[in-house]
Structure formats: C-alpha cells, structure tokens
Ligand binder design. Structure first.
Ligand code: NAP
Length: 290
C-alpha cells in the first residue's frame, strides 16, 4: 500500500545494514495489516550514531532498532532504559518519547518466546542448559533460560575470561545457578543437559572455521534439544547434526521473529503475530540472499 503524509516511521540502524532481515520482517507485517507506516534500513557509521539518532527523533520517528555494531553505544545514548537492557548493557531498540530516549532489549523476550513455542511453557523448568558463547547473544540466552526457570546454566566459551566476565556481570539470577568453563568441558557437561544453545557466531555464513559442528551433540541425552541462534544459514552444521542424532532442533529464525514483535507494537500500534506465512517469507528471502 502507499503511505500518507501521516505515516508512522521507524527503521533499523546498522553498519553495514544491507544484510539485516528487519526491513523484510516489519515490511511483511506492515503489508499484512495494511498499516500506514514505513520501516527503513539506515546505514550509519559508529561515529555518526548519536547525530543520526537525534535527527530521527527530531524528524518524528517513533524509534529505531539497532544491530551490529551499535547495541552497546545505543544503550549509552539513552536517557532511561528497561530492566533487560540494563542487565545486558546493550539495546536493540530505542524508543523516542516525551521523556527522551528509552533503551530496551527485546532479545531475551524473543528467545524466550521461541523456546516456549518449541518446548512448551515448562520445557526448561528445573532443567540444566548449556550456553555456548559469551557475547551479547549468550547474555540474552542466559537471561531467557533463567526466566524460563532453568535450574543450572553452564556457559562454555572459547576464551575463559569472557565467560567469567559474563557470569560476574549478570550476577545472581533468581534460582538459576550459573557456572562457566571452556568449550573443552562440553563432554563432561553435555550428558546432563536438557538444552544446548549456540550463541557463538560459529556456523554463520562466511565463518572460516569450516563445516564441522562446534560440539558433539551426540553426547546430549536423547530427549535433549539444540537451539542455534545463527539464522544464516538456517540449517547450520550444529542443527544438521542435532537432527541426525534425533534431537529437537530449534533454529535462530524463531528468536529473530519474536524479538521484533514488541518493536513493531511500539512503532506501529499493533501487536503482530508470528505466523507460518512470515516464516515462509523470511525463508525465501534467506534462500535468495547472496
Ligand atoms: P559477539 O558478541 O561478537 O560474540 C561472539 C561469540 O562467539 C564469542 O563468545 C566468541 O568467542 C564466539 N565465537 C566466534 N567464533 C567462534 C568459533 N569459530 N568457535 C567458537 N566460538 C566462537 O556476537 P553476538 O552478538 O553475541 O552474536 C553471536 C551470534 O548470535 C551471531 O551469529 C548472531 O548473528 C546471532 N544472533 C542471533 C539473533 C537472533 O535473533 N537469532 C540475535 C542476536 C544474535 P570468544 O569470546 O572466544 O571470541
């Protein structure tokens, strides 16, 4: 549909931004719900972020999503923030309102919704989870699993120092006990896990580490699940190995679709549904992505 002069405006800021699926995702919903609005990709170099955010606010944008490399800098720009953004020290959503700029982080809610869709409401209650990685996505994964009442969370990373920092900074998370170790500890920890989440960038398109899965999923119990936050490609070597081993495989598109729901609601005033049609649309986009 065409837009009126009163169209609601929002976008995603990244550097580069051409790879972002967010314009396709929000564009699908705008079209499906017949909303008078636009969601645009904004390629912004790190040094220009503050200036661009101010200009978007002045120009009447409702807000903006942030992708690599802006999530930490965007958090620092905001006047206030929600609890999740504070815990993660990073924002994937800036909301412009009368009180200034609010930093939010919807990755935790997005992953939580994706895990609930795959494993049920109580799928992780009292369970042990292994999170691979210790960057921003791993932090979101730890928080999501704690909110879903996991009993123990083991963070395994290539370098110990980053995993130790993650555990130190996230502190105590309700009933979940968090421990950290290196990836070499996988064989000892995997047999007791209900879920393993890959929150590293291993397996991503262009990853130079090759096609081998990051860990041996065969060491997980038969009823375990494997979730990969990487969504390009959709079928990563880790997920392919999980399927081959008969485990439940959860891809990264679920988190991506669900983390966009609160942003769309804030920007355009309607809570959108995550549907098979949206997934099919994004799968086609990914298949044709260069
Ligand atoms: P990040 O902060 O740069 O962290 C990257 C992590 O991956 C670090 O722990 C790093 O280990 C580890 N790593 C990188 N290459 C590795 C390899 N070959 N072997 C083992 N470990 C490796 O990145 P991030 O923001 O957390 O993102 C991580 C992944 O999650 C990306 O693929 C991103 O696309 C994905 N993600 C998906 C969604 C979604 O909606 N599905 C949302 C957010 C992120 P070191 O600390 O040792 O360097």
């Amino acid at each position: 549909m065409t837009r009126s002069g009163a169209a609601r405006l929002a976008g995603v800021i990244g550097w580069p931004v051409a790879h972002s699926l967010s314009p396709r995702l929000h564009g699908f919903w705008l079209e499906a719900y017949g909303i008078d609005g636009a969601y645009v990709p904004l390629a912004v170099e790190p040094h220009a972020l503050a200036k661009v955010v101010d200009s978007l606010k002045e120009a009447g944008f409702r807000g903006a999503n942030l992708t690599i490399p802006h999530k930490v800098a965007a958090f620092a720009l905001a006047d206030h923030c929600d609890d999740t953004a504070r815990k993660l020290g990073a924002a994937n959503l800036l909301v412009f309102d009368r009180d200034g700029i609010e930093a939010r982080n919807t990755d935790v809610e997005g992953l939580g919704a994706s895990l609930v869709a795959a494993l049920g409401d109580d799928g992780l209650k009292g369970a042990r989870v292994v999170v691979l990685g210790a960057g921003g996505a791993a932090r979101a994964a730890v928080l999501a699993c704690a909110q879903l009442k996991a009993k123990g969370i083991s963070v395994l990373n290539r370098s110990t120092s980053r995993a130790e920092q993650l555990v130190r900074e996230l502190g105590s998370l309700g009933e979940a006990a968090i421990e950290c170790a290196t990836l070499e500890h996988w064989p000892a920890i995997a047999p007791g896990a209900r879920l393993a989440i890959n929150a590293t960038s291993a397996g991503m398109k262009g990853d130079t580490a090759g096609n081998a899965p990051l860990v041996r999923v065969e060491l997980l119990p038969r009823e375990a699940a494997v979730c990969d936050l990487v969504y390009n490609p959709l079928e990563t070597p880790l997920l392919a190995a999980a399927r081959k081993a008969g485990l439940v495989a959860i891809d990264g598109l679920g988190m991506l679709m669900h983390q966009a729901v609160p942003s769309f609601e804030i920007f355009f005033g309607l809570r959108p549904d995550v549907t098979p049609a949206l997934r099919a649309h994004l799968e086609i986009v990914l298949r044709h992505a260069g």
